[in-house]
Design a protein around this ligand. Structure first.
Ligand SMILES: Cc1cc2nc3c(=O)[nH]c(=O)nc-3n(C[C@H](O)[C@H](O)[C@H](O)COP(=O)(O)OP(=O)(O)OC[C@H]3O[C@@H](n4cnc5c(N)ncnc54)[C@H](O)[C@@H]3O)c2cc1C
Length: 382
């Protein structure tokens, strides 16, 4: 039987207990605010049942706000990564690629400069919305608006992109690079210049929920409606609640019918498989294989922390091609992996209604910061 809550009215109700809702709750708790976090589950797209990452899998050393809450396990190494192109395995770090050396150096400096701007943005984001922060930085704003394809053409990166960069960007974002902006495209390459780690998020929710367990409830939010006195009524499967402030910390597609939220242009689904089996000889001894998205429905096969994960746009990829007989698979489906927008979305939706989550830029750090920003707005209002 579903237990009804006794307290019905809160200053703030946070909807969604992924990293953005959790960071918002933690901050409000530290400020002594009255709030309730309601979520279908805690962790959201940080999903690590039995130590297997079905959702987010890596963090970079630049994820300053969340590094304390994740268990870093294994360093990502480009030298262990193979790119499958026209049925040939390629490696990025080989002498053969010396012919691209000037392009690679140029790319490195572009990436380094982009990172400098991103780090400055990240410092501001607890107090500034992603939209404001990006709009105030002309380089970041140009990259947000410029299609990745145009950037690749402008800098003559076509060949490198075809062989390495685009497959890498696609297996990071799960979308066709023709739909990506330069901002997203370049963000995928940070692990090339910043130490990055496959991580375990099993304890992340627990750590963030510490000291506020009684203010976080499992429940499904069905409808949010403005009522008299400027308050909001929140209809859920654990009863109706009332609040002055609302923070939406979940994706538009997940909250359809709950409230009229801005819709990101792309909300791309993805299948993630955990495979228990032995790879065929040809695919063995290769930690990560990144497939060319034009040639395969599988984006990536990776052995992370001793288990095999396969990311695919299809429900039934051809596992027989990659694994010896008798493999076993477990499938995980994400209705939306990461949203992508052409326009920067406001985080203040109306008086006392805030938007967290990765509507503007996907990733754990940006999501965490979006929750922190919403909390700081509420705290500053008093
Ligand atoms: C396969 C995959 C791989 C990824 N890899 C990485 C990576 O390596 N590194 C990285 O930085 N990022 C990665 N990401 C992106 C990252 O996971 C997200 O950007 C981030 O987790 C978003 O957190 P969030 O709290 O904003 O949203 P979510 O994690 O989606 O949390 C939303 C929460 O709201 C709940 N909810 C939804 N609807 C309702 C409702 N009606 N009522 C109550 N609760 C509701 C959900 O159950 C969920 O708990 C990946 C994502 C996926 C799917």
């Amino acid at each position: 039987m579903i237990k009804e809550e006794k307290k019905k009215e809160y200053e703030t109700i946070i909807i969604g207990g992924g990293i953005s809702g959790l960071s918002c709750a933690k901050k409000l708790n530290e400020a002594g605010k009255d709030f309730l976090l309601i979520s279908k589950n805690f962790g959201g797209r940080m999903c690590t049942p039995k130590k297997i990452n079905y959702g987010a899998c890596y963090v970079t050393g630049d994820y300053k706000h969340i590094l304390n809450y994740v268990d870093k396990k294994e360093k990502l190494k480009l030298k262990d990564t193979f790119f499958l192109h026209n049925n040939h395995f390629l490696k990025f770090l080989t002498l053969k690629n010396l012919k691209y050396i000037f392009k690679i150096i140029k790319g490195f400096f572009i990436l380094k400069n982009f990172r400098k701007h991103v780090l400055k943005l990240i410092e501001q984001l607890p107090y500034k919305s992603v939209k404001e922060g990006i709009e105030e930085d002309s380089l970041l704003f140009n990259y947000f608006k410029m299609p990745a394809k145009e950037f690749i053409r402008k800098h003559g990166f076509e060949e490198l992109s075809e062989l390495y960069f685009s497959p890498l960007a696609t297996c990071t974002t799960f979308i066709d690079i023709n739909k990506l902006s330069t901002y997203y495209y370049l963000s995928c390459f940070f692990p090339m210049i910043v130490n990055s780690y496959i991580s375990d998020f099993k304890n992340t929710s627990k750590k963030l929920l510490k000291n506020l367990e009684d203010k976080a409830k499992i429940g499904l939010v069905i409808k949010v409606k403005k009522i008299k006195n400027g308050k909001y009524k929140i209809k859920t499967n654990i009863g109706d609640f009332y609040a002055k402030n609302i923070v939406f910390a979940a994706l538009e597609k997940e909250l359809k019918g709950v409230y009229n939220l801005p819709k990101p242009k792309i909300q791309q689904p993805i299948y993630v498989f955990y495979v228990n089996g032995k790879r065929k000889k040809r695919y063995m001894n290769k930690r990560a294989i990144i497939f060319n998205p034009k040639e395969s429905s599988v984006y990536l096969i990776m052995n992370e922390l001793g288990y095999e994960t396969v990311y695919s746009k299809n429900l039934n990829p051809d596992f027989d091609k990659y694994y010896e007989k008798n493999y076993k698979i477990k499938r995980f489906y994400w209705n939306v992996a990461m949203p992508f927008s052409n326009n920067l979305i406001d985080q203040k939706l109306e008086e006392n209604v805030y938007l967290a989550s990765d509507y503007n830029i996907p990733g754990l750090e940006y999501s965490f910061l979006s929750g922190l920003y919403a909390a700081n707005q509420i705290i500053n209002l008093g």
